[in-house]
Design a protein. Structure first.
Length: 167
C-alpha cells in the first residue's frame, strides 16, 4: 500500500509534467490545420524559453519532494521523542537514546552536525514545544518545525522566532 503523501507527490509530478506538455499558445477549435502546423514548426524556436520555465517547475517538484521527506522524518522523530519522554518521565538527551525508534539515516540527520536542530531534554512536550526543526529555511523563507504533539508545521521566519521564544 502506498502512503498518501507519496500519492500526492506523484499526482503533483504528473500534473506538472502534463502542464509542461501543453503548447505555449492556445489554439481555438475553429483554427485551420495550416495554422496549427505553423505553430508546430515554430516550436523549436520557443523551446529555449519553455526549457527555462520547465526547469523552474522541476526545481519546485524537487523542493516539494524534499519537503515531504523532511516532514515525514520530523514527524517520526517527534513521535519517538514524545514516546521516550512519556516512558521515562524525561526528554531524551541525545539521538543515542532514540536509536531504536529511528532509522540510521534519520539518526544521522538528527545528530549535532545533521540537517535538523533538536531541543533535547524537554520533559513534558506539548503543542507549544519545539522539539526539532530544519536547520535551514527553504527558498520561501519558511522552516519545518516538529512540535511536542507530533505535528509538523511550516513557519515563516517571524512565526519561528516567536515560537522559539516560547518553547
Amino acid at each position: 500500500m502506498i502512503p498518501k503523501s507519496f500519492m500526492c507527490l506523484f499526482t503533483a509530478i504528473g500534473l506538472l509534467l502534463l502542464d509542461g506538455c501543453s503548447p505555449n499558445s492556445v489554439t481555438t477549435p475553429s483554427a485551420a490545420p495550416q495554422q496549427q502546423s505553423s505553430q508546430v514548426q515554430s516550436s523549436p524556436g520557443t523551446r529555449g524559453s519553455g526549457g527555462q520555465a520547465s526547469a523552474g517547475a522541476i526545481q519546485n517538484v524537487r523542493q516539494a519532494a524534499k519537503r515531504v521527506g523532511d516532514q515525514n522524518e520530523l514527524h517520526n522523530f517527534a513521535l519517538a521523542y514524545v514516546n521516550y519522554a512519556l516512558g521515562s518521565g524525561q526528554g531524551p538527551s541525545s539521538v543515542q537514546e532514540l536509536r531504536d525508534s529511528l532509522t540510521s539515516k534519520m539518526a544521522k540527520a538528527f545528530q549535532d552536525d545533521g540537517d535538523y536542530v533538536v531541543h533535547w531534554g524537554i520533559r513534558n512536550p506539548s503543542s507549544n514545544s519545539i522539539l526539532a526543526y530544519a536547520k535551514d529555511p527553504d527558498v520561501y523563507g519558511t522552516r519545518l518545525v516538529a512540535k511536542g504533539d507530533g505535528m509538523v508545521v511550516r513557519m515563516s521566519k517571524q512565526e519561528f522566532e516567536q515560537a522559539k521564544l516560547g518553547r
